[in-house]
Design a protein around this ligand. Structure first.
Ligand SMILES: Nc1ncnc2c1ncn2[C@@H]1O[C@H](COP(=O)(O)OP(=O)(O)OP(=O)(O)O)[C@@H](O)[C@H]1O
Ligand SMILES: [Mg+2]
Length: 270
């Protein structure tokens, strides 16, 4: 189906808000149209999940999201026989549903999944686009409107938790990062309802807090946390209280690091 005719059926109001920062929306559309799988990399809270929800809604395709973890089995993706009312019945997992029904299957934090699970994706993510279901004996061919999207945060990656080259080299890949200041200000304002000038001050503050990453902090403050902070301030919470609960406590348990963050916050808002 041509993309324009898919998109025409969609009510703009049903599309989750996503402010693009580069060519990511058109690259996603190309990947969808060319039936190529997509890998998104980026720090926590920078907009990866929102982007995928936005694109799925824009393309008018259902979204099947799976959060990957150590104990995820291939049956959690593909499906299993379940005992129901004395009978065993096959129940499709989310990946199989997306392949049967057409849609976007999103595997979040894919590096958390074991390698024997990710190899299930191999025949689906090359030109075969096949999903073999050993338990039912079926061999499903993905329809044109099936797309696989995976994401992970390279910041948490260590050698045992990386994708095999034979897995990662099956995907188009894009790096995400925190948006440039003007875009981030607009996002925070739109998501929280806080006036632009206060959002701009928060975004400036984020830049100095992010500069502390590495020395004492594992990750810089996310756009998500800026939105939380702005939302509390817009709801009437005093700025320093809102900042402590959103920009200090979630980032570190270390008293010295917290003090350093609080000093930077007080220098902006104190
Ligand atoms: N470009 C953007 N447009 C609109 N909202 C955004 C954007 N980037 C970030 N946000 C805001 O930041 C929040 C967090 O984004 P999201 O949940 O997509 O992060 P993520 O990258 O998926 O993080 P994680 O790796 O922790 O899952 C969103 O709920 C939204 O409010
Ligand atoms: Mg996410």
């Amino acid at each position: 189906m041509p993309l324009s005719s898919v998109a025409n059926c969609v009510d703009e109001r049903d599309i989750p808000f996503y402010e693009s920062v580069g060519n990511e929306c058109s690259m996603f559309e190309h990947a969808f149209r060319q039936r190529l799988p997509l890998l998104l990399k980026g720090p926590t809270g920078c907009g990866k999940t929102r982007f995928v929800s936005h694109m799925a809604a824009k393309l008018g395709r259902p979204l099947f999201t799976i959060s990957c973890h150590d104990d995820l089995t291939s049956a959690d993706l593909t499906g299993r026989y379940l005992l129901q009312g004395g009978e065993t019945r096959w129940v499709d997992g989310p990946l199989t549903r997306a392949v049967r029904e057409g849609g976007i299957c999103y595997l979040d934090e894919v590096v958390e999944a074991r390698k024997d699970v990710t190899v299930v994706l191999h025949p689906l993510t090359d030109d075969r686009r096949l999903l073999p279901l050993e338990r039912t004996g079926e061999l499903l061919e993905a329809p044109d409107d099936f797309m696989l999207v995976v994401s992970y945060n390279p910041g948490y990656q260590h050698i045992l938790k990386s994708l095999k080259p034979s897995t990662r080299q099956r995907f188009l890949a894009m790096s995400f990062d925190f948006p440039p200041p003007k875009v981030e200000r607009d996002i925070v304002a739109r998501e929280s309802g806080l006036p632009d000038d206060q959002c701009a001050a928060l975004v400036n503050l984020a830049a100095s807090l992010r500069a502390m990453k590495g020395q004492d902090l594992e990750e810089g403050v996310s756009t998500r946390l800026l939105v939380y902070c702005a939302t509390l301030i817009a709801a009437g919470v005093p700025i320093l209280e809102a900042a402590r609960a959103t920009l200090v406590e979630p980032l570190s348990d270390d008293a010295d690091v917290q003090e350093g963050l609080m000093e930077a916050i007080q220098a902006t808002f104190g």
